[in-house]
Design a protein around this ligand. Sequence first.
Ligand code: G6Q
Length: 543
Amino acid sequence: MTDRIAPLASRPAWKALQQHADTLRPQHLRDIFQTDPSRGSRFTAQACGLFLDYSKNRITDETLKLLIELANQSGLRERAEAMFTGKKINTTENRAVLHVALRAPRSESIVVDGEDVVPGVHQVLDKMAAFAELIRSGAWLGYTGKPIRNIINIGIGGSDLGPVMAYEALRHYSQRDLNFRFVSNVDGTDFAEAVRDFHPEETLFLVASKTFTTLETMTNAHSARAWTLGRLKQTEAIARHFVAISTNAEAVAKFGIDTANMFGFWDWVGGRYSMDSAIGLSTMIAIGPENFRSLLEGFHSMDVHFRTTPLEKNLPALLGLLTVWYTNFFNAQTVAILPYEQYLKRFPAYLQQLTMESNGKHVTLDGAEVLADTGPIYWGEPGTNGQHSFYQLIHQGTRLIPCDFIGFYKSINPLGRHHDMLMANVFAQAEALAFGKTAAEVRAEGVPEPLVPHKVFAGNRPSNILLAERLTPYTLGTLVALYEHSVFTQGAIWSIDSFDQWGVELGKVLATRILGEIESPSEPSLTHDPSTSNLIRLYRSQR
Ligand code: G6Q
């Protein structure tokens, strides 16, 4: 499929963008806005209840035209169609990439290897809904006959970050008499703190692991098993206090979980794209099946938008192309995600995995070096807190950091003037970043001359503003899918495999080897580099 796509540097639009960037780099957003005031309303787009203002980017109509040409010359549309129709676009793992099927309506059909996968998706969703209702209503009883009050999701990476983020984001919609906790780290502290005030009789573990072999998750699951049996004694208790979310039925059964209590998914769902699969069981228990379906509708509406809307009005394509623009033509190294919504406090962490595990690649689909920078570093914290810490660097540091601000017209917890203050900060920050404050303006304020340079804000720092009515399950679905498809757009331009993660695999293998050496009763013969061998010896002597 990539055969007919020219290498990045020889695509005509890439070359044109290089020249165009040279003319645009010296221009200031102040001047760009002055010569084109209508851009403030023109460079906006709306879809699925999201409003995007991208006017404060260092772009002109010409930039957009060229970026869209680049997308076309990179086969973005064709590649997206290949994804939506179940082609095996994750070529290094020979897998289809079908998180979009997880939110496809029952009426749709998506065929992989001769089989329509949509009915299976809905079967699992129905099974999850029935189970979630049992827990929520108190009908599911623990081994000693008490209802479940505590739910602990054990998983890591893609089997943790989505569930944690979604739980925090949608906590307002959650059933408040249920407690939710998430254990991911192999550091025993994570487990110990999660269970310290819980009783096994009222606790349900969701063991979430696609492979059911991941070291951290299996270690935590075994500790959870021991903790449960420590009080409840009988192994039959496990069936009432453990369910599994996995693609590996054999390993689930071997662990001792009844496969009737297993919620499946498929190898065409990547870990970091799985929060809307059975991996979202904790989310569904928290917010209820109806809200979960509305989350899926949000995802699906953005899928349809991405698939069908012309690129100039296509939110994920625009976000993705702007990221390519700054990464490749302005040498930007990072993107800041700044949600002005406390419930989205884990959203930047979630996006870190989605974006960086997907596009942190140095070779193209054909195995050749990518001759341009790929995935930028995503990071961020909710506003306004970040303003009192790292925004200094964004405003007055030496680096260019494109920012995505996310805000809502309405607060979930209206309280006096709080929400207006919060939103005033969004608009003020983006304005200050773009337009800054000149030395003349600083002097006019009567600032003493030696301080003037310190009080100057250069401006010309780009940002997007995303607005929606209110944070709901539906809105969260649209936001996550927006970034999923932005990542897709970037990956298509760079011709990389955004869906494998070989970098994660290496760590898994190396740690297993060193663990054997650490625990070896006799002195192991160490053949690592001198530093690593020395550290292992030191740790062995001090542990
Ligand atoms: C995600 C990655 C990775 C994965 C974890 C957990 O895309 O592949 O973060 O989700 O390593 O894997 P399991 O779900 O198999 O335990």
